[in-house]
Design a protein around this ligand. Sequence first.
Ligand code: QAP
Ligand code: CO
Length: 171
Amino acid sequence: MAIRTILEFPDPRLRTVAEPVATVDDDVRTLIDDMFETMYDASGIGLAATQINVHQRIVTMDLSEENNQPMVFINPDVEVLDEQPHSYQEGCLSVPGFYEEVTRPQQVRIRALNRDGEAFELVADELLAVCIQHEIDHLDGKLFVDHISPLKRNRIRSKLEKKHKQEAAHR
Ligand code: QAP
Ligand code: CO
């Protein structure tokens, strides 16, 4: 297993649209293990493969307090079941240190493959509904900052660019 580097906004590679996984094989399962290790190491609750610069449609998630309920979604898709707008203060491992209210549909049905390549579906609301929509956005090259005002987004971009310059200078 390995911890991979997480890309940070405004890295243009985060704008790549990921390809569906054709076969769930051992290479895919190794990638999933690396995603969990990277996500837990960074204290995240959700990670899309896009964020580690792998452009395949894979999401890892663990919404439990104890970090003992790993969930994986391969080629995930959602169908909106309840359009009712629901707001949540979102964050992102690719936008570290920034949190903003994002409004999304309240309830969705998720269809995906598990790590054995078997199809499953489940109805999601609350944090799971927020998180899967946020992660599928990553697979489509989108970020939660695309859902907020351009003014707020540009402020976040400047602050992260400044941080990246400082990190580069100290290396
Ligand atoms: C996506 O985000 C999400 O800024 C997962 O300094 C977030 O795991 C879905 C994190 C909120 C729904 C609601 C962010 C860790 C983790 C940071 C994350 C940070 C350290 C974000
Ligand atoms: Co994110």
